[in-house]
Design a protein around this ligand. Structure first.
Ligand code: ZN
Length: 202
């Protein structure tokens, strides 16, 4: 939720992300190092610090980090990126401190803490019951359809997406996405899995 501070991110790591990673055992972890959660970001209303990002990287131990950018190119990005690099190199990042840092900028209220705890419990419960949930969602169905809207604040574009997923008992199924923007552009995307059966390859 908005106003989540360093302690909130750490709570989610401990109670959601790390337990899921331990069970899922990914072959590779890539940090898509976006930095909109930093307390200096004017849009995201989050209270995350450079040392918070460093700790996140220390805990996640990604194989690769890809810089995605951010807005605060003087006050935040140099500190966050140094923190990420130090953490990935296994070096001390405790002295990486933004010039305008103060503890109240990364604090969170008790109400935010309670909301994070509630959401974390909900997500980990969904993860634990994912097999049953998938069965409920897909059993006896040929297609599953989802609609969603995505707003891109940098370009003021509203995207309307319709996802049509073909459920298949012989392979992973086919994912079809039709998308249009409020500016008029349209695209069609189809994902055919590597294990696609003959029928789905058609
Ligand atoms: Zn198939």
């Amino acid at each position: 939720p908005p106003q989540t501070g360093d302690e909130g991110f750490e709570y989610v790591l401990d109670n959601v992300v790390m337990p899921i990673l331990a069970e899922y055992k990914p072959d590779i972890i890539i940090n898509s190092a976006g930095q909109d959660n930093h307390y200096s970001d004017p849009l995201a209303s989050m209270n995350f610090s450079a040392r918070g990002y460093a700790k996140l990287n220390e805990r996640l131990s990604p194989d690769v980090a890809v810089l995605e950018g951010g807005y605060s190119i003087e006050g935040a990005l140099p500190y966050i990126n140094v923190g990420i690099i130090l953490a990935m190199a296994g070096l001390d990042y405790s002295q990486v401190i933004e010039p305008d840092f103060s503890p109240d900028k990364v604090s969170q209220t008790r109400q935010v803490t309670r909301e994070i705890e509630r959401l974390s419990a909900e997500i980990i419960t969904l993860w634990k019951h994912r097999a049953q949930l998938a069965e409920q969602k897909f059993k006896g169905k040929k297609y599953v359809e989802n609609h969603r809207q995505v707003y891109y604040d940098t370009d003021n574009i509203l995207e309307n997406q319709i996802q049509k997923f073909k459920v298949c008992s012989h392979c992973s199924g086919v994912n079809i996405i039709t998308s249009s923007s409020d500016k008029g552009a349209k695209i069609l995307g189809i994902t055919i899995p590597r294990d696609a059966c003959k029928e789905c390859q058609k």
